[in-house]
Design a protein around this ligand. Structure first.
Ligand code: FE2
Length: 540
């Protein structure tokens, strides 16, 4: 067996290694990005000190990721057509499926949408690989006690739809399992078999996937939110290193293997059974803001070469919530080149351009939407929004600055990557924990937060420093699994009692008169808007 590689190794992220990294197989576009990176290194004299960081003022991203801002081993930009080759000349020049692709490679199409989807939604990618993805044995079921994406029956049959506000203590680490067996379905709606709905997972793993294995979900796109530890993800289309305060999206069907270079990992996943994530419309915000397309990073082509039959690989498939496996005698990671619009990507939440009120009132949290999966049934309504609450300035005058009390036709599942969420002072919402406020389940600031915010001096204030909370918001009524309600043993039974029951009435009748007239006093004449003496208007 021999292994060749073109791209990034997990340990190649130090500044010194990136700055000096040379690969004879890099394409011209990769060289261009590397040249740009080297200019930055030179501009800030970073090559003199491998531990140096770019000035914080240069770009507001997560500090530990500064060395990757111009990393040549990623393609930048969301929804962009990417083309990448690990060996120069591996991408056919004049056709997608030539009679003889370069270097004896097989051409293979990976379709993320129907062929005939509208052009602005169409996502297809052409792969040029050593052996086609179909070269494996038949699948056989492989359920296990540690595989919890669908332990009993079809997901939609075992969700418990309940109106209770729910909050979970931090979910446990589990160092005994790998990525595949770390997936715990905690909540969701719909059914992957009909490509409708979402699944919400907690993952906690401590072991690398087997070196001769790969996993994919036929059920949907994984939006992965690490809370603890580092995920080194080798996908068919290249490598992604994803850390807390970064997210990644692995599209439906893309095969990958997860290793844990810094030990145990834990986090959250939103699986989208229908459609794909995209950037939200910006409306009056204009052409820039929130998550900028340029800050998303897709991998460049990277391949292993192991096809002499000396190793047996296990291909694991999540299919309608069940786990299946097949065998093959060659590596699944043999894509030498690819081009298209359907690929995995990652994003540093520290790059989010946060926008808020500069006058009064607390805006809807939709202003913090990173990615959205629009419902096609109703404009502006999402199957799932991924929303974050990053560090930000609050300057609104005469305003109750935390989120208001509310009931929402959308369901809200929240998690906390780190720090303390500024809307919860009670201490019950912890990193690695979660909350669910379902359709029309009333919620808002807890009593302590309300008291504090009602009396706070309204000077400009930075909130959320060192913190990153997020929300999976969906127009679907989310059900909770038995694992989420019982088996995980993390539900806080006293959530309501601790949060909102302590709220006291604040209403006081006016001292003079002592009678509330609700604007019905005075002469019954037709008035204007805002005139408390008005009677109902009507038109001829
Ligand atoms: Fe809410």
């Amino acid at each position: 067996m021999s292994v060749s590689s073109a791209g990034r190794d997990a340990d190649a992220l130090s500044l010194a290694k990136i700055a000096s990294y040379e690969d004879p197989n890099k394409t011209s576009s990769q060289h261009s990005r590397e040249s740009r990176w080297k200019r930055i290194v030179q501009k800030f004299s970073l090559n003199k000190d491998p531990a140096a960081k770019l000035p914080k003022s240069y770009v507001p991203l997560t500090e530990r990721n500064l060395t990757e801002f111009f990393n040549p081993d990623y393609n930048d930009e969301h929804d962009a057509f990417h083309k990448t080759e690990a060996v120069e000349g591996a991408l056919p020049i004049d056709a997608n499926s030539p009679q003889k692709p370069p270097y004896g490679l097989y051409a293979e199409k990976l379709s993320g949408t129907a062929f005939t989807a509208p052009r602005h939604e169409n996502q297809q990618t052409w792969l040029y690989r050593i052996l086609p993805a179909s070269a494996h044995s038949a699948f056989s079921p492989r359920e296990s006690r540690t595989y919890n994406t669908n332990p009993e029956s079809k997901p939609h049959e075992k969700f418990f739809q309940i109106p209770n506000q729910l909050r979970w203590d931090p979910f446990d680490m589990d160092e005994s399992v790998d990525w595949v067996h770390s997936l715990h379905l905690v909540a969701g709606a719909g059914d992957p078999a009909t490509k409708s709905g979402i699944g919400i997972f907690i993952f906690a793993a401590g072991r690398d996937m087997d070196p001769h294995s790969a996993f994919y979900s036929a059920d949907g796109d994984f939006l992965i939110v690490p809370q603890h530890g580092v995920l080194d993800i080798q996908t068919e289309l290249g490598k992604l290193l994803v850390r807390p305060n970064e997210i990644c999206v692995i599209p439906r069907g893309v095969r990958y293997r997860v290793t844990l270079p810094e030990g145990p990992v834990r986090g959250y996943i939103l699986e989208l059974y229908q459609g794909h994530f995209t950037l939200p419309e910006l409306g009056p915000i204009g052409s820039n803001g929130l998550a900028n397309a340029r800050d998303f990073q897709a991998p460049v082509a990277y391949f292993d070469e192991d096809n002499d039959g000396s190793n047996t690989y296990t291909l694991l498939s999540k299919f309608a919530g069940h786990l299946f496996e097949a065998k093959q005698d060659h590596t699944p990671f043999d894509v030498v080149a690819w081009h298209g619009l359907y690929y995995p990507y990652k994003y540093d939440l520290g790059r989010f351009n946060t926008i808020g009120s500069v006058s009064f009132d607390h805006p809807d949290p939709s202003i913090y939407t990173v990615l959205t999966a629009p419902s096609h049934g109703s404009a502006g309504t999402a199957v799932a929004d991924f929303v974050i609450f990053p560090p930000r300035w609050l300057v609104a005058e005469d305003t109750f600055r935390p989120p208001w009390f509310h009931r929402n036709t959308m369901s809200e599942f929240m998690g906390l990557i780190g720090g303390q969420y500024d809307a919860k002072e009670g201490g019950g919402f912890q990193p690695a924990g979660a909350s669910l406020h379902n359709v029309m389940s009333a919620h808002g600031p807890d009593a302590a937060t309300h008291e504090k915010a009602s009396n706070a001096e309204l000077k400009p204030a930075k909130v959320g420093e060192g913190s990153m909370a997020f929300m999976f918001e969906s127009h679907l009524m989310v059900g909770v699994t038995e694992w989420g309600l019982k088996k995980c043993a993390k539900v806080q039974e006293a959530y309501n009692e601790e949060s909102w029951v302590p709220l006291k009435p604040r209403f006081r009748r006016p001292e003079k008169g002592g009678e509330v007239k609700n604007g019905t006093d005075g002469a019954a004449t037709e008035g204007g808007i805002g005139d408390k003496k008005q009677v109902p208007h009507w038109t001829d």
